[in-house]
Design a protein around this ligand. Structure first.
Ligand code: GLV
Length: 326
């Protein structure tokens, strides 16, 4: 029997490749070069499945040319890099990696929140620059996280894990979502459903945890930033594009809000240079899920989804069950 051929678009772990190689013929890109759209199309021409990342655009034009393709397995929970409707139309299964990264991503959102509140990156640069001459009462005053109000926009799996951690900090938790979560979840998390405007007006920390889509593009722009308290801190640990970066830079410069902790940006990795001039931001290079254990689990989850799809089983994290009926 002919073995299926697959492409792994970026560097993964040895155990991921070993597992894939047990089942199919693997072409992998362990040099980790980012393929251009043309190079990706060329490599996919004879492939039955692809394991890809959020840096790969899987759109209608590419699918049109990839006539053998049956499975697109993303190594990420977010899948705005994939045109799922176009996959479905061609009977291509698309999968993501939910669940395994919830806790790590929530931890990073918290790290950004604490770091921004207590100005950790600013003070670290100050120490490294040799400028610390002694303790002073009014030096580097930050704001408290404990007992503050946390507003979470997007109360899915990751939003809920972020909320859970807030109990240890005695925070009041507000949230908004397309619809309220089940009552027992609200009660367990001690979280109150409010409108987005109420959340923006009342929160000391606003964390964004909605997936990126046409509906959430620039969910936070100049008008929303104006609704926030001038003392508030914004955390974006989800996707670039949910925030209007130019508006955020203007708000941080003008004192509309106090600060921001950002793991994601529009046009990554070419972030707006305006961010680099600001002291009241903590910047991270899209590392929300990046712990050794979690990245290994994500790669293996994607590999298992891919092999399930190729061997006639339903992938555990299938995004478009309709594709199987095509
Ligand atoms: C990372 O950004 C992911 O969506 O998993």
């Amino acid at each position: 029997m002919m073995r299926s051929k697959i492409l792994v678009t970026r560097e993964v772990f040895d155990e991921t490749l070993d597992y894939l190689a047990q089942h199919c013929e693997v072409e992998s890109n362990q040099q980790d070069l980012s393929f251009t759209a043309v190079a990706l199309a060329q490599r996919l021409a004879d492939k039955d499945a692809v394991m890809c990342c959020l840096t790969d655009r899987i759109d209608g034009a590419l699918l049109e040319r990839s006539t053998r393709l049956k499975v697109v397995a993303n190594i990420a929970v977010g899948y705005n890099n994939i045109d799922v409707a176009a996959c479905t139309a061609r009977g291509v299964m698309a999968t993501n990696t939910p669940g395994v990264l919830d806790d790590s991503t929530a931890d990073l959102a918290w790290a950004l929140m604490l770091a921004t509140a207590r100005r950790l990156t600013e003070v670290e640069s100050y120490i490294r620059a040799g400028e610390w001459t002694g303790w002073r009462l009014k030096q580097w005053l930050g704001v408290d996280v404990h007992h503050a109000t946390l507003g979470i926009i997007g109360m899915g799996r990751i939003g809920q894990v972020i909320a859970k951690r807030a109990a240890g900090f005695d925070m009041k938790v507000l949230y908004c979502n397309r619809k309220p979560v089940a009552r027992e979840i609200e009660q367990r998390l001690n979280a109150t459903y409010v409108t987005r405007d109420e959340l923006l007006a009342q929160s000391d920390f606003v964390i964004l945890q909605v997936p990126y889509s046409a509906q959430t593009h620039h969910l936070i722009g100049a008008a929303e930033l104006k609704m926030m308290k001038p003392t508030a801190i914004l955390i974006n640990s989800t996707r670039g594009g949910v925030v209007d970066d130019a508006a955020l830079i203007a708000a941080l410069k003008g004192g509309t809000i106090r600060g921001a902790g950002l793991d994601v940006f529009e046009n990554e990795p070419k972030l707006d240079p305006g961010f680099l001039e600001l002291r009241n931001v903590v910047l991270a290079p899209h590392i929300g899920s990046s712990t050794e254990a979690t990245r290994r689990a994500m790669a293996m989850t994607a590999a298992q989804n891919l092999i399930a799809g190729l061997t006639g089983r339903t992938p555990p994290n299938l995004l478009n069950p309709e594709a199987r009926k095509q």
